[in-house]
Write a protein that binds this ligand. Structure first.
Ligand code: FES
Length: 362
């Protein structure tokens, strides 16, 4: 169920100076497996020599668009081997290993809804936010949306042309405010700077028609932005948590090293027999609770475990605890409901009982 497929890149175009826009062709026999929901992502894999590198990229498209394709945006990171390859080497016609879409950065839409959706995005965080906003506007003719989108400068605004076309297409139902953090805004200095709790407070004072407490929020950007804004919405504006959705694209730095956390230090030091169920096969190995994560040990044992970020963000390594108990350090991906049902991120897990069984097939 977590297999990579080779898909052909059919569109490779520069979006901005440091972002590439890539589209993939989905062959007929994979159409069902690659159907997606708004806000989901795909994992890509590249093997460079001995290194097996995996990255997650959000899908830009909305399922209800005419002829929805599978497209992603990849921002070039200076030290990023995969993003450098995709930005500088990938050509149309090349094959890329891709896993079927996953993730749950979305809400459910209904034609009778009359809601307000608010997208808060910074830089390449626009992809899953835009996908959700588009889907809401397509599926709910009586709903409207605001998009607050910050970039370094006007030339760096990602998807500017598409966003302008959407504003026209949805005729008054989509309002977009571009913010720039490293140059003057020609309209209003309120639109200068990054999106923060303080900035959002000022924006709400300006856009008084936004029903702040009743709106549904989609947030994607740097971790401090997500944390600051979601705390502000929950605590200051009393927005119910279920109306605030956010997607991290990297683990928050301040969370630090999992192996150094006080909670990790407090777990018992024991030897465990860990059994993993992967694609109906069972694999077992011994693991000390204070050593590797379960995922790292499984990789060391060369087991076919699914993974991507290894940072508790992407959810690719999700499994369900069938027997025993584990300690999970970071979790930026699983919902409260999933945790209550025994799902864990194996890249963040250490056994805390002598016998542990996890199932990746659920
Ligand atoms: S590999 Fe991404 S959450 Fe574990």
């Amino acid at each position: 169920m977590h297999h990579f497929h080779q898909l052909k890149a059919t569109k490779v175009s520069k979006e901005t100076n440091d972002c590439i826009h890539i589209g993939f062709e989905i062959p007929d026999h994979l159409k069902h497996e690659f159907s997606f929901k708004q806000g989901q992502y795909i994992n890509v894999r590249f093997v460079f020599g001995e290194e097996d590198l995996r990255r997650s990229y959000s899908i830009i498209n909305a399922p209800s668009e005419d002829n929805p394709e599978l497209e992603i945006l990849v921002k070039h990171l200076d030290q990023g081997k995969v993003s450098t390859y995709l930005n500088q080497e990938l050509k149309e016609g090349d094959l890329v290993e891709i896993m079927a879409p996953s993730g749950h950065f979305y809400t459910h839409y209904h034609v009778s809804n009359e809601k307000t959706y608010i997208g808060l995005a910074a830089g390449s965080g626009i992809s899953p936010v835009l996908s959700n906003i588009k889907e809401a506007l397509y599926q709910e003719p009586k709903s409207s949306a605001y998009l607050f989108f910050s970039n370094r400068s006007f030339v760096d605004i990602i998807f500017k042309k598409e966003i302008d076309e959407l504003v026209e297409k949805f005729d008054g139902r989509l309002k977009v405010i571009f913010l720039v953090s490293r140059e003057k805004h020609f309209e209003d200095e309120l639109f200068e700077g990054r999106i923060s709790a303080e900035k959002l407070d000022l924006l709400f004072q300006r856009f008084t028609d936004i029903p702040v407490q009743e709106s549904t929020y989609f947030i994607c950007g740097p971790s401090e932005m997500i944390k600051g804004i979601s705390d502000y919405l929950k605590k200051e504006k009393k927005v119910p948590s279920l109306q605030i959705m956010y997607e991290y694209y990297a683990a928050p730095d301040e969370e630090g090293n999992a192996e150094m956390s006080e909670e990790f230090k407090a777990i018992p030091n024991l030897e465990s027999m860990v059994t993993l169920i992967i694609d109906d096969d069972e694999y077992s190995f011994h693991l000390n609770s204070k050593k590797n994560s379960i995922l790292d040990q499984a990789l060391a044992e060369k087991l076919p475990v699914p993974f991507a970020c290894k940072g508790g963000v992407c959810c690719t390594c999700k499994a369900q605890v069938m027997e025993g108990e584990v300690f999970m350090d970071k979790n930026f991906a699983l919902t409260e409901d999933e945790v209550a049902r025994g799902f864990v991120l194996t890249c963040q897990c250490h056994p805390t009982t002598n016998v542990v069984m996890l199932n990746y097939d659920v």
